[in-house]
Design a protein around this ligand. Structure first.
Ligand SMILES: NC(=O)C1=CN([C@@H]2O[C@H](COP(=O)(O)OP(=O)(O)OC[C@H]3O[C@@H](n4cnc5c(N)ncnc54)[C@H](OP(=O)(O)O)[C@@H]3O)[C@@H](O)[C@H]2O)[C@@H](O)CC1
Ligand SMILES: Nc1ncnc2c1ncn2[C@@H]1O[C@H](COP(=O)(O)OP(=O)(O)O)[C@@H](O)[C@H]1O
Length: 289
């Protein structure tokens, strides 16, 4: 295997994988479940859910505690809504095996309730994206998370979240050179046993076997307006939507990261997170998806 990471460039194979075939129905494109935090904290999960739907998941359901149902019902239309009050309720909801891709983390809250939801989600063995609070909730004991992870999981930390889960990898060692972002992401994926996507202007994606890809948003693909609240929540939703569609985890992470920057480039200055999912139709049209 090459030691150099691949640079993600889009291309015909990616475009073909994104196409929907004429004979397929919505369940052929999967059903994503995105968990939301409590009342007044649903925005991040709604951004992820819209991203998952726009990127082509056949169905997207937002799961939220009872106190947040009214707020979410007022905001959502094509995205469905389900009461998921705790980990036990999540286990029951996941008896529906058509729910094939999960996203936990965006504004989900920090602490034991989130840890229990993550444990239940991972035990269900579905393709799962863990982002934001689903990562930070394990800052005190990352090993507890690593023991539960499976190869269908994608972790999407920003640098701050990465340092909480992998402090020794993130910090420069006392002696010798610090790991590069590529080296750090590879080491993290090997430890976690799943895909790790380290966000930034240079997004690095690695699998546990050392496969590594870089999605650059620099130079001719510079997209500084992506540094805006909620952009990462949308990326988590893009990955979840592609997992629902049956993309392999590494392929889902790479494709989502590339499309995320395409959406930002096409929108340009003034971008806010809500704009990203709604740029996908234009991006898809330009690519002839
Ligand atoms: N619309 C909504 O509802 C939104 C809701 N959101 C929700 O808010 C919750 C908190 O999430 P969060 O990411 O804002 O805060 P947190 O986990 O404390 O980490 C931030 C700290 O980490 C550090 N840091 C280092 N490198 C970094 C980097 N490259 N990118 C970013 N940070 C970096 C940096 O520390 P510094 O380097 O400044 O010391 C910084 O202070 C979470 O549930 C999320 O889902 C948001 O998604 C926004 C939209
Ligand atoms: N300067 C930048 N250039 C390009 N992309 C960026 C830049 N800053 C952040 N991003 C991207 O924007 C997203 C930010 O995600 P994140 O930090 O999780 O924010 P949030 O939690 O507010 O959603 C990531 O996909 C990251 O790669």
């Amino acid at each position: 295997m090459s030691k150099d990471p691949r640079h993600i460039t889009g291309g015909p194979a990616m475009i073909d994988a994104l196409r929907k075939k004429p004979q397929q129905h919505k369940y052929d494109h999967g059903h994503a479940l995105i968990l939301s935090g409590g009342a007044g904290r649903g925005g991040a999960a709604r951004l992820a859910a819209r991203g998952a739907l726009r990127i082509g998941a056949g169905l997207v359901t937002l799961g939220c505690p009872p106190a947040a149902l009214q707020e979410n019902a007022a905001q959502l239309t094509a995205i469905m809504l389900k009461r998921v009050e705790d980990a036990r309720a999540l286990k029951e909801v996941l008896e529906d095996t058509r729910l094939n891709a999960l996203c936990l983390g965006p504004a989900l809250g920090l602490g034991k309730d989130t840890r229990a939801l993550v444990e239940t989600a991972l035990a269900a063995g579905r393709a799962t994206v863990l982002d934001a609070d689903a990562l930070s909730s394990f800052a005190e004991a990352p090993e507890a998370l690593f023991e539960m992870l499976h190869p269908e999981t994608v972790l999407t930390p920003h640098a701050g979240e990465f340092a909480r889960l992998f402090p020794d990898i993130a910090e420069a060692p006392a002696e010798g050179p610090a790991l590069s972002r590529v080296g750090a992401t590879r080491a993290a994926a090997a430890r976690a046993g799943c895909i790790v996507l380290l966000k930034g202007a240079h997004t690095v994606i690695a699998d546990p076997g050392g496969r590594c890809a870089v999605n650059s948003a620099l130079y001719d693909r510079s997209a500084p307006w992506l540094a805006t609240a909620g952009a990462g929540d949308v990326l988590a939703g893009f990955i979840t939507g592609l997992l629902a569609r049956g993309f392999a985890p590494m392929q889902a992470a790479e494709t989502a990261a590339w499309l995320h920057v395409e959406c930002a480039l096409r929108f340009g200055p003034g971008l806010v997170a809500e704009d990203l999912p709604d740029m996908l139709p234009q991006v898809f049209r330009a690519l002839e998806v």
